[in-house]
Design a protein around this ligand. Structure first.
Ligand code: FE
Length: 344
């Protein structure tokens, strides 16, 4: 068809219409994520969401600084959703006014009340327990409490990462929430006295230390056991995991401490509708199954079971406190870590 000057706009309109019909209706939609969670875990979930909805997901991944970045960018931030690997950063972001409440019956039905913000500004997506990795050879225990970790019988036998890491801060904060600050200060001093070496490294490094004979008990998150057992890039990690057994510490007062990874809709989310769809998807049975199998965590969605390997570690009674309450005590936990010079 010859395109005359006069008919050119009409021709373009027809082209646009044709291409619009050929492409998925939602091709232009997108969601932007700031993620503390790592790409290897999260990308398959984004891909599943895009395949289902046609909505593109773009993500910035970082280990630190994303809450600060959101705050600095303010209204100009392109981020719609923040994904974190702990409750503390969600609460921090919400308390700095960086979140907006989400009124979704779907999400409320999928995420238990104690694993989300009472004001619906953030939601847990996965749950992990902070447990003891006990040396199979040197500490063949079947039960332990967090309180006992301060018992002198474990003098020089315990390894853990620095006290001010978010995972340990949450554990210490849970102790404060249940037993008060004075009890927790004394407990923390006792645990410090039992450390075999100065706190350093990540959770997997603690299993390595047990494997190497440096300590008999390590404190770490459940899912690292699954990650080490399936680590093909560094197969020696399978030996580290093989040297330890998970023991779920149960406090007589509060059961086993759990933390969440979670999500938050940003205050200024430019793509709010698409972001809500992604949030509902992440809490859904389908995505929760991907989380369970991809990262050895406990799904928050009660209809979805943990993976077979995770179930093989045994059952435990999770602390039923709202994780928001734990986060409230994290500043106090941080102070105690400094006060008892836990990391020195
Ligand atoms: Fe982690």
């Amino acid at each position: 068809m010859p395109v005359s000057r006069r008919s050119f706009p009409a021709f373009c309109f027809m082209l646009a219409l044709a291409s619009g019909l050929a492409a998925p209706a939602s091709a232009a939609e997108e969601v932007n994520i700031y993620s503390y969670r790592q790409p290897a875990l999260i990308q398959p979930l984004f891909d599943a969401f895009t395949a289902k909805t046609g909505i593109e997901v773009r993500a910035v991944f970082a280990d630190s600084g994303l809450v600060e970045r959101l705050a600095q960018e303010g209204r100009n931030s392109p981020a719609d959703i923040l994904l974190t690997a702990d409750v503390g950063r969600l609460v921090e972001a919400a308390s700095r006014g960086l979140a907006q409440p989400v009124d979704s019956a779907v999400i409320l039905a999928d995420v238990p009340a104690n694993l989300r913000d009472p004001e619906n500004r953030w939601f847990g997506l996965t749950m992990r327990a902070r447990v003891v990795y006990a040396s199979k050879d040197r500490a063949p225990i079947t039960a332990v409490s967090y309180e006992e970790l301060a018992d002198p019988k474990w003098r020089g036998k315990i390894c853990m990462r620095p006290g001010n890491h978010p995972y340990n801060l949450a554990l210490i904060a849970a102790m404060i929430a249940h037993k008060g600050e004075d009890f927790t200060r004394a407990w923390l001093k006792g645990v410090k006295a039992n450390l075999a070496v100065k706190p350093s490294g990540n959770d997997r490094a603690q299993a390595k230390s047990v494997f190497a004979g440096e300590c008999d008990l390590a404190i770490a998150n459940t899912y690292y056991m699954g990650k080490m057992l399936t680590e093909e890039k560094e197969p020696e990690q399978k030996q580290w995991a093989g040297a330890v057994k998970i023991v779920f510490p149960a406090s007589p007062d509060f059961g086993t401490h759990v933390n969440i990874s979670g999500m938050m809709l940003t205050a200024n989310a430019p793509n709010r509708e698409s972001a809500l769809k992604l949030m509902e998807f992440l809490a859904s049975d389908e995505a929760q199954q991907l989380y369970a199998n991809g990262n050895f965590e406990y799904p928050v969605n009660p209809r979805v079971a943990a993976s077979e390997l995770v179930r093989s570690w045994g059952a435990f009674t999770p602390d039923s406190i709202n994780v928001a309450e734990i986060a409230e005590f994290e500043p106090a936990a941080s102070r105690l870590v400094d006060e008892v010079q836990f990391n020195d």
